[in-house]
Ligand binder design. Structure first.
Ligand code: UD2
Length: 310
């Protein structure tokens, strides 16, 4: 049995000032030397734990990446352009950050003989034929973002086969939690929480019967820590809860948790919206011992608390 978290390692977290990367940094910083590479385009300096070292710069700059990866044992690659819509508007930009720069990270890891745990996405599955979605199911990404994530998911696994690099790709479903900032391209939970706290109408797109598997940040972190120490490398795992809720139910739960006076309204359906999404987590459960620990209601309570304070 492997231990469940890295200790006494030199660790690089790309995107470590962002939502997922900064939570990961907080979980690791007491027992490891943690370095963060972030260009602060969407991440924030304030998210970086005091004991971590921030290298402010671009992943795509060779000298910066070389400095950031010097002598590392382990890399968590979370830096990305996370906007699906943005990738539709600027596919080349998405490709250069989400795909090419990730290949550079894998090359750097080869030079350093470092393990890489990288952020893949449920977006690689596109519109699934059925749910829950298992790792081996068809991959028909519906956006440049999904295509780029699928490319790096493949690269990560082939780098293990071709060069013996230790890699694990984590296919995140809908991540949420404290620190996820509301904006045009952020997740529905951050948008609904802001609306509910301000007693503004909640904007459900379409009929609200579409479903998602919302996974709390603590469980995303748990999956990363397990991926960092497992012997099962050259692999890719779904990270979700294995359950789903409708967007309508989500809106109602947020109104309830915030004790809001917001009305739930319905707007036009969103172009290209995926109807149903739910992870099959049986493989990550059996191979990594991953188990979701935070229910949607509990996760929403913690998230709402954070939004109230910020
Ligand atoms: C998420 C990820 C995306 C990709 C994908 C994989 C985010 C922001 N996006 O896309 O990067 O990984 O999953 O499948 O995390 N909605 C409303 N009202 C709003 C906003 C959204 O009803 O004001 C609906 C939206 O139409 C969709 C659902 O909420 O049906 C979830 O939307 P989302 O943008 O949070 O995430 P998703 O699943 O499209």
């Amino acid at each position: 049995m492997s231990i469940d978290r890295p200790t006494a390692q030199t660790i690089l977290i790309t995107g470590g000032a962002g939502f997922i990367g900064s939570h990961l940094a907080s979980a690791l910083v007491d027992d490891n030397e943690v370095r963060i590479l972030d260009n602060l385009s969407s991440g924030k300096r304030a998210n970086v734990p005091e004991a971590a070292t921030l290298i402010e710069g671009d992943l795509r700059d060779a000298a910066t990446l070389e400095r950031a990866t010097a002598d590392v044992d382990l890399i968590f690659h979370e830096a990305a352009l996370v906007s699906v819509q943005g990738s539709v508007e600027a596919p080349l930009t998405s490709h250069s950050i989400n795909a090419t720069a990730t290949l550079e990270v894998l090359e750097a890891a080869r030079r350093e003989d470092a393990r890489v745990v990288l952020a893949s996405s449920a977006a690689i599955y596109g519109h699934p034929e059925e749910v829950p979605i298992a790792e081996a199911d068809p991959k028909t990404p519906a956006s440049p973002y999904g295509i780029d994530k699928l490319a790096i998911d493949h690269y990560a696994r082939r780098y293990n086969e071709l060069y013996g690099l230790e890699t694990v790709a984590l296919r995140y479903f809908n991540a949420y939690g404290p620190g996820q900032t509301a904006g045009d391209y952020s997740g529905v939970i951050s948008i609904f929480c802001d609306q509910a706290i301000d007693d503004e109408p909640i904007t459900v797109h379409g009929d609200g019967d579409q479903t998602r598997d919302f996974v709390f940040i603590d469980d995303i972190v748990q999956a990363n820590l397990k991926a960092a120490t497992t012997e099962q490398v050259g692999t890719a795992y779904n990270v979700g809860t294995g359950t789903s809720v409708t967007v309508q139910e989500l809106a109602e739960t947020i109104v309830d948790v915030t004790e809001s006076n917001s009305e739930i309204t319905h707007t036009e359906g969103r172009d290209g919206d995926i109807r149903h999404s739910q992870a099959d987590i049986s493989v990550i459960r059996s191979e990594l011992g991953y188990e979701p620990t935070v229910s949607l209601r509990e996760g929403l309570k913690q998230t709402v608390e954070w939004y109230r304070q910020h």
